[in-house]
Design a protein around this ligand. Structure first.
Ligand SMILES: [Zn+2]
Length: 380
């Protein structure tokens, strides 16, 4: 017996499949003739939204995927969240007053990290340093939000803007380079996002060690970070491995000296006691996207109009989604959205509409023009 698939369970892959990519240029004339052949409908898991194009996916007789089976049942999760919350409270007391700040918050300006920042300041009264990595594509509205909120919340804020010539090279190589990262990395995010997040996380870690900040918090959603990874102490050996994997391709691309400021150096590894606790509070807080919006909007945060459905701060994301759809044949946010659906934190229909919504062509054009690559044409 094969699982039945409801009409609503299917989303069209035609927008993905009938775009043929040749050095970033799409030949629309060819697309028109190939559409009928290339168009296919993706089958989605009947519980979450992972498509049959997702790496390693298997469906059971009911059409439920192996990722859903592997996931913990909601009850067990709730108990584990409780344990993690208690551990977090205890850790905060432990680190309070130890360094120049208690917590460094990675602040993208998006809704999730803004929510974390505000709650830490308002409910835990810890001393926070907010840290933003500007990749050259942060929405203007996201900057306006940050300016307004850093003032009203009363928080010190560092914006680190990477050299644009370097960002450009890194993102262009990420867009083209299948060899830049192992294929397994593609499951969770696009290559472009992996590069950008690698830089942001590394700079945040470097700052924590240099400024002696014992804890760092990020706004990853429960779909991005599993509960088990919600709290951990950065381990120098593990970090060294991760840094080598992330910095290697960039060093080869732009040179040792250029990427040096973005990654850890020997002097940082010589102070293992300064490696911070790494916290993703949304992994164990009750995460409800609607409530997150309500909370930050009440503080004066406004949703940018120029970002895609899955980002509330970054324009580059629109381009990254298109590239990833072409390379991997599934939406780069599908793993995150599936996780939220599985845990009952997002309606399945909402997740399906997110993976169906294609990024704005205008924004994608803005990004390709700024990156200096040929414009991307979709067959829609
Ligand atoms: Zn599933």
């Amino acid at each position: 017996m094969t699982g039945t698939v409801e009409p609503g369970d299917i989303y069209s892959m035609s927008t993905i499949a009938n775009r043929e990519r040749t050095n970033n240029v799409i030949d629309t004339a060819k697309d028109a003739t190939q559409a009928t052949v290339a168009t296919r409908e993706a089958r989605l898991c009947s519980r979450c939204v992972l498509p049959d194009t997702f790496p390693g996916i298997i469906f059971d007789d009911e059409g439920v995927c192996n990722y859903c089976h592997r996931a913990l049942v909601e009850q067990k999760l709730a108990a584990q969240r409780e344990v993690a919350r208690a551990r977090f409270d205890q850790l905060l007391e432990e680190v309070r007053g130890r360094g120049t700040y208690d917590v460094l918050v990675g602040w993208s300006g998006g809704k999730d990290s803004t929510y974390i920042l505000a709650r830490l300041l308002k409910e835990y009264s810890v001393r926070v340093l907010a840290f933003t990595f500007d990749n050259g594509f942060v929405s203007k509205q996201a900057f306006r939000n940050m300016e307004k909120l850093s003032d009203s919340l009363g928080v010190d804020h560092i914006i680190y803007k990477g050299r644009f010539d370097v960002m450009k090279q890194v993102f262009n190589a990420s867009a083209l380079g299948d060899e830049l990262y192992p294929k397994s990395a593609l499951g969770r995010a696009s290559n472009i996002c992996t590069s950008c997040m690698g830089l942001a996380k590394s700079l945040a870690l470097r700052l924590c060690i240099e400024k002696n900040i014992p804890m760092t918090a990020f706004g990853w959603t429960p779909g991005q970070v599993p509960l088990a990874s919600g709290i951990f102490k950065s381990n120098p050996q593990m970090i060294r491995k991760m840094q080598e994997a992330a910095s290697g391709p960039m060093r080869r691309l732009v040179g040792d000296e250029v990427v040096r400021p973005y990654f850890l150096e020997e002097e940082h590894y010589e102070r293992p006691e300064r490696f911070p606790y790494n916290i993703s509070p949304l992994a164990f807080m009750v995460y409800d996207e609607t409530k997150v919006y309500e909370y930050v909007e009440a503080l004066g945060w406004k949703r940018p109009k120029d970002t895609d459905a899955n980002s509330t701060n970054c324009l580059l994301n629109s381009y990254a989604i298109n590239i990833h759809l072409d390379q991997a044949r599934f939406h780069p946010y599908v793993a995150e959205l599936a996780g939220l659906v599985r845990e009952g934190r997002m309606e399945r229909a909402e997740a399906i509409s997110r993976i169906n919504e294609m990024p704005s062509e205008k924004v994608v054009n803005f990004v390709t023009d700024r990156l200096g690559v040929p414009r991307y044409k979709s067959a829609r």
